[in-house]
Design a protein around this ligand. Structure first.
Ligand code: SF4
Length: 307
């Protein structure tokens, strides 16, 4: 329904839609929120993307990102989708790990068809993606994009033990690991732990009015990865935004009132004494709650369950 601001009722307003073109990726990075993997399933078709873009227009969205997984795995679909979105007047961005940029000259050819159509190319480069090489391919992509006049930025996630600033999502400069998705399984044991009761707020996502939201290939709209507020293939995006009542959502409402700790207390969940961060407790609590809220805590892909 509505969010409340100074006593007024206001619909959730979306300006950005981040479209996971596919859950598939050539890598299985330890820090990946969405469990990207060659073993993953779920990829959008062009017909679905065209429908999504029209729905986004109707809902007032102005910015579209294509990401994954790794969107360049479906190059022809990505290219056509970017052109469609740009032709419809959206500001268009892409997020990629630049696996395709073996040489600068090759990267120029991969990127040339996007020149003039993409307002931001975000390339991930860190030890999770690139081992010890620290990103020769991302660097090639940067040089090629600059040569073509494509605005480009780097995304880098620090190792768990490194001291870095906090992040609010995947598109940042250097950001700290947040313990969601595969990071819980692979990295949480390397992190310092804190008592679970301390995690009484969600400070990483604006669950009332997020501004941008993630859409996965199955149509789920994720206010945070693995927390759905509706399915765009079942109900129009505009209507989902209008009907979204964060305080009445069985997961978001509790996160807003008392953070992940409130999920534990309200639903009387088993829990450990200490967690790496709020997202770690949140992700573990949600995993336990999936059977109770299968439509809201979806899909299997976001919880590391592959076909
Ligand atoms: S606490 Fe939960 S909802 Fe908030 S950012 Fe972390 S995983 Fe997402």
């Amino acid at each position: 329904m509505y969010i409340y601001e100074e006593g007024k009722e206001i619909d959730m307003k979306l300006s950005g839609l981040h479209i996971l073109l596919t859950y598939q990726c050539i890598y299985e990075c330890d820090h990946c929120f969405v469990w990207g993997s060659p073993r993953q399933t779920g990829t959008l078709t062009l017909e679905q993307i065209e429908d999504i873009l029209h729905q986004a227009k109707e809902a007032g969205v102005t910015s579209i990102y294509f990401e994954g997984g790794e969107p360049f795995l479906y190059y022809a679909v990505l290219l056509k989708a970017v052109h469609m979105a740009a032709d419809m007047g959206f500001e268009v961005g892409i997020v990629s790990n630049a696996y395709w940029a073996n040489l600068v000259e090759d990267a120029v050819e991969w990127l040339r068809p996007f020149a003039g159509r993409v307002a931001d190319l975000s390339v991930s480069s860190d030890l999770f993606h690139c081992g010890e090489c620290l990103g020769e391919r991302p660097q090639n992509a940067v040089v090629a994009a600059k040569w073509l006049g494509i605005p480009i930025g780097m995304i880098s996630v620090a190792q768990p033990d490194a001291g870095v600033k906090e992040s609010h999502g995947q598109i940042e400069d250097e950001s700290a690991v947040m313990y969601r998705g595969r990071a819980v399984e692979k990295l949480a044991e390397r992190a310092a732990r804190h008592p679970w009761e301390r995690f009484d707020t969600c400070s990483h996502e604006d669950l009332r009015d997020p501004g941008r939201i993630h859409l996965d290939p199955l149509g789920n709209l994720h206010i945070c990865q693995g927390i759905s507020i509706g399915n765009l293939f079942e109900k129009p995006l505009k209507q989902i935004c209008e009907e979204y009542d964060p305080d009445a959502h069985p997961i978001c409402g509790l996160l807003l009132s008392g953070g992940p700790a409130a999920l534990v207390t309200e639903y009387n969940l088993p829990h450990a004494s200490h967690y790496a961060d709020a997202c770690h407790l949140c992700y573990e609590a949600r995993t336990t709650l999936r059977a109770r809220f299968p439509d809201l805590l979806a899909p299997d892909q976001m919880y590391g369950i592959f076909e």
